[in-house]
Design a protein. Structure first.
Length: 463
């Protein structure tokens, strides 16, 4: 089930459709049954009326002849006269003929089954075997009839109607009922869809709130205005936020405490190393190890100080990024010279940006240190600064071995080190860069340098 809203809507639509079909079928069956009951009562009442209004004299003149002659010997004119006479007796008011009149008929038989009187010469039904309702077939037409026996006249009186009348009535009722039912069903489905969509609105609000949050925003979600069904999962989610926040706090405290505790013994080791002869290989190895430890401790402290700022907006100031970049380049120039490298600063001057100067210094320093470490000796590193419509663009270009697509997706993870890395890095530099970029709501792109190498492009938007 990928969508609760669609599931409820489709289920409601299916149930409504099934209920409508069941109601429609039940209504048709009930209407047909009641229609049969009404018509059967009408047939019985008509037969009783004919029996009541049937005069003895009407049959007395012809009864002897009809009883002594075959039915086929009764003159047609006589039957027409009887039918007309009986119609006159049964009609007290002038009623216009209905289109169903041709499907209603009556016939009177004697005890031998001879027709004495009928509504039409063409109409014929066999003499009934018993009184009551029954179905009979005449001229390939199925009739529903009611018969009674007149003891005084010794005749059978039968009234009948074609079964197609009931079917036609059922079709007419269906044609009249089905369009309103379809309209009602459509309106009901629309109302259900609107109600479901409105009922799930709090879920969309929670989803939108979570989507708009920063990855490090672990503040609790306000559930006071939410429905009861959502308060329980939101309370569980807020409790999870608290546990994650507590874990991160413990991690930051440990990192900060460990970094501070390591700085003092490292400083003492540095003093002792300065007193040892510099030409010994063991002394050089020790100095490199201490340098690496000092760098690691410094980066851990930077991360420990940056993480708490992710939960609040940083204080911004407008400054010239070209001057700040020049200071960082000058600071790292000796390190580049140790590998016979050059650093070229190119771009707009002044290049004003609104951000936190110290953090952007840390960002550029880490990028240049990585470039110095991983680029080829005697390379010329390039730092480009330019203003754009959205803000400021910063590029650091080296001509080293570069990164594969897989490595580009992982270099921002803490303590990740490429297989091409030397033993000096700790895998925290680009993680610090990513944190600073996130605090400035910027973007970072890792591109391949033409001819080999890596180009890191930073976009810092105007606030």
């Amino acid at each position: 089930m990928r969508s609760i809203q669609r599931y409820i809507q489709l289920t409601s639509a299916a149930l409504t459709l099934l209920a409508g079909i069941a109601l429609l079928v039940g209504s048709i069956v009930s209407i047909n049954h009641e229609t049969e009951e009404v018509f059967d009562a009408s047939l019985a009442q008509s037969a009783q009326l004919i029996q009541t209004l049937l005069p003895i004299a009407l049959l007395s003149d012809t009864q002897d002849q009809s009883l002594t002659k075959p039915a086929g010997d009764i003159p047609l004119q006589m039957e027409e006269e009887r039918a007309e006479a009986l119609a006159t007796l049964l009609s007290t008011t002038a009623v216009p003929v209905h289109h169903y009149a041709s499907k209603l008929a009556f016939i009177i038989h004697d005890t031998e089954g001879k027709p004495l009187l009928r509504s039409s010469v063409q109409f014929h039904l066999p003499v009934p075997e018993s009184a009551g309702i029954q179905r009979q077939l005449a001229s390939a037409i199925e009739w529903r009839s009611y018969s009674l026996f007149d003891q005084r006249q010794q005749v059978w009186v039968t009234t009948a109607q074609q079964l197609s009348v009931i079917e036609e009535l059922g079709v007419e009722v269906l044609e009249n009922v089905l369009p309103p039912m379809l309209l009602i069903a459509t309106a009901l489905l629309l109302a259900i869809s609107w109600a479901v969509k409105r009922g799930l609105k709090p879920l969309r609000e929670v989803s939108n709130e979570l989507n708009q949050r920063q990855a490090n925003d672990l503040s609790a979600i306000d559930s006071s205005h939410m429905p009861r069904e959502l308060q329980t999962p939101l309370k569980a989610l807020n409790a999870m936020f608290l546990r994650v926040e507590a874990g991160l706090q413990r991690e930051r405290r440990f990192t900060d405490d460990a970094a501070h505790e390591l700085r003092t013994p490292l400083a003492a080791m540095r003093i002792y190393l300065e007193q040892l002869p510099a030409e010994q290989d063991s002394t050089q190895a020790l100095r490199q190890g201490v340098t690496r430890m000092e760098r690691l401790v410094g980066q851990l402290l930077q991360l420990a100080r940056l993480d708490p700022q992710q939960h609040q907006s940083i204080s911004l100031e407008t400054f010239d990024l070209s001057l700040t970049s020049a200071e960082v380049v000058a600071e790292l120039y000796p390190q580049a010279q140790s590998r016979q490298m050059q650093i070229e600063l190119v771009g707009d001057s002044p290049c004003l940006v609104k951000g936190q100067q110290t953090l952007l210094q840390i960002l550029l320093r880490n990028l240049l240190e990585n470039a110095i470490r991983y680029s080829n000796p005697e390379d010329c590193l390039q730092v480009y600064l330019r203003k754009s419509q959205q803000g400021v663009e910063l590029e650091v270009i080296d001509h080293g071995k570069g990164l594969s697509d897989e490595e580009k997706g992982r270099v921002f993870q803490r303590f990740y080190r490429s297989h091409k890395a030397d033993g000096m890095g700790a895998g925290l530099g680009l993680s610090i860069v990513a944190t600073v970029i996130e605090l400035h709501h910027g973007r970072c792109h890792l591109l391949d340098t033409a001819g080999g190498g890596l180009t890191v492009k930073i976009e810092i938007p105007d606030p």
